[in-house]
Design a protein around this ligand. Structure first.
Ligand SMILES: NC(=O)c1ccc[n+]([C@@H]2O[C@H](COP(=O)([O-])OP(=O)(O)OC[C@H]3O[C@@H](n4cnc5c(N)ncnc54)[C@H](O)[C@@H]3O)[C@@H](O)[C@H]2O)c1
Length: 408
């Protein structure tokens, strides 16, 4: 498709793992299709932006379109420029789109700064860590008629949508007990996580458990009421202490209980990039019902001739065809596909629709109300329950796993 010179530009703030694995390819595909204008990327250190600029997988997929790196010219690649994103924001026309993919504890400040610069925002999960911050974000966005979409990509996995549809059709009865797990690979400890995964700021439950809290709400419509999180402190290679192992219990408004285990402990030699899944036991129509998702093993197993290079790569592998894959559809380059791509693109597309279908602040607020009420796309307002769980979870984990009410 021919590029539209006037198409809306998008700024990606953060150039780490999620930017490389999911967000940037999703944006570059939109750019390739002419749906958005220039994509620019800025991060705290020029080194990470340059690493994206040289990433072999993204280079191979996008020989025909690329992004603009925003780097400070007067500092070396490893010097931090934590305010550089403000310069990048000042160059962006109002009512463009900003994608925030920085560590959890920085979301609040960067999302608010982007909103005050009159930008729509797509933010990776969890949006923020306190309900007070989420209220601030909601009111800033609403007063300006701006979208804040939270990137909970599991919502766009067809199995989540199937379960939601069937649950809401009454076919599972009522959810009562559930278990979920998401363990990332051990080598995550050696990554940039060492810069931010400290015990006082976040933990494995807040980092990845929030996906399954979101899914239970997304499927059942239930709201969480209390949480307790037991965490084990462990030492990252740089000596920093983090809650690298967590066991959480989430109690829901109907008394149902979801147990969630999370960690950075899946062995590097084990197949697949992680292990994850969810089982929900329900009442059915009186004889029980169940939803059981293997979110890691999706029916593919490969035994390669040799172990691939890279941390966590294995000779025997169980790749997921569903989250993110590059596909050769005849070129140019490769097309990123999967629910990770759909999720980012849906949020950005909703921001573009908001602009195209409105001519006043009142129009935009009406569209935003519709998005909030529909509940397909997570927003500051309709996903506040999960920020509240994160807030209560932090209090609980720092107090030995005490049951803490989720702020309403
Ligand atoms: N499954 C998921 O949904 C999923 C998976 C991974 C990460 N995430 C989320 O994505 C976020 C980032 O995680 P990651 O794994 O990419 O982390 P990472 O440590 O690999 O990357 C973080 C990036 O943020 C940049 N950054 C930090 N401070 C900045 C600033 N002031 N200005 C601009 N850039 C700044 C860093 O330079 C780095 O490029 C986290 O909130 C995490 O929870 C979500």
């Amino acid at each position: 498709m021919v590029q539209q010179p006037s198409a809306t530009p998008v700024l990606l703030i953060g150039a780490g793992m999620i930017a490389h694995d999911q967000v940037l390819p999703a944006l570059l595909q939109m750019r390739r299709e002419g749906a958005i204008g220039e994509v620019s990327v800025c991060s705290r250190r020029a080194r990470s932006t340059r690493a994206l600029d040289n990433a072999p997988a993204i280079r191979r997929a996008f020989p025909d379109t690329w992004f603009r790196s925003v780097v400070a010219s007067d500092v070396d690649a490893d010097s931090p420029s934590p305010e550089l994103y403000k310069e990048a924001l000042s160059e962006l026309p109002p009512r463009s789109v900003v994608v925030v993919a920085v560590p959890d504890q920085l979301h609040s400040e960067i999302v608010l700064t982007a909103l005050r610069a009159d930008q729509h925002v797509c933010c990776v999960k969890p949006l923020v860590l306190t309900t007070a911050e989420s209220h601030l974000i909601e009111s800033e966005a609403r007063s300006r008629g701006l979208l804040v979409g939270v990137e909970y990509h599991k919502r766009f996995d067809p199995r989540s949508l199937m379960a939601r549809d069937r649950y809401r059709d009454g076919r599972f009865g009522e959810f009562k007990l559930g278990t979920a797990r998401l363990m990332e690979k051990w080598h995550y400890r050696e990554s940039n996580f060492q810069e931010w995964f400290c015990a006082s700021a976040t933990d494995s439950f807040v980092y990845i458990g929030c996906h399954y809290v979101d899914l239970v709400h997304f499927i059942t419509g239930l709201d969480p009421r209390a949480v307790s999180v037991y965490g084990l402190l462990d030492t990252l290679p740089n000596g920093m202490q983090g809650y690298l192992w967590t066991d959480a219990r989430v109690i829901w408004e109907n008394g149902a209980c979801l147990s969630v285990q999370n960690s950075l402990s899946f062995p590097d030699g084990a197949p697949g990039p992680n292990t994850q899944g969810m089982t929900l036991y329900c009442t059915g129509t009186g004889r029980g019902a169940m939803i059981d998702h293997s979110d890691q093993y999706r029916g593919i197993s490969y035994s390669f001739g040799a172990r691939a290079p890279g941390p966590g790569a294995t000779q025997y592998a169980e790749p997921s065809p569903d989250y993110f894959q590059y596909q050769d559809l005849g070129g140019p380059g490769l097309v990123p596909t999967g629910y990770g791509v759909r999720s980012v693109q849906r949020i950005v597309s909703e921001a573009l629709r908001l602009e195209h279908e409105s001519s006043s602040l009142a129009d935009r607020q009406q569209i935003l109300d519709g998005i909030d009420a529909q509940g397909m796309l997570a927003t500051a307002a309709n996903s506040r329950f999960n920020v509240a769980v994160c807030e209560a979870a932090r209090e609980s984990i720092l107090d030995g796993g005490r049951l803490v009410d989720v702020p309403q």
